[in-house]
Write a protein that binds this ligand. Structure first.
Ligand SMILES: [Zn+2]
Length: 89
């Protein structure tokens, strides 16, 4: 189980995951987007989620815009992320 309270680049994984939906929707202010990208670029915990956050992290690191993903794909990823956050103290 990853430690979601780990602090990387000024944000905890938990904070990043809770903002991930708006991040992917483009609804966050630019400074918040930059902070989340900085976290994901350095955070091995988020990268190890695999199939959820890990897929997003890999896309960001490869420079692939997640805005081209289908709503169903993003929705599926976010549902798994939210479930993981909910079950982690
Ligand atoms: Zn993280």
């Amino acid at each position: 189980m990853p430690d979601l309270n780990r602090l990387v680049a000024g944000l905890r994984c938990r904070d990043v995951l809770e903002d991930l939906s708006e991040f992917l929707d483009g609804g966050l202010p630019p400074e918040r987007v930059a902070a989340i990208q900085a976290h994901l670029a350095e955070c091995d915990t988020c990268a190890r989620f695999g199939g959820s956050v890990g897929e997003i992290v890999a896309a960001l690191r490869a420079g692939t815009p997640t805005t081209t993903w289908s709503d169903a794909r993003v929705g599926g990823l976010l549902a798994r992320v939210r479930a993981r956050v909910a079950e982690t103290p």
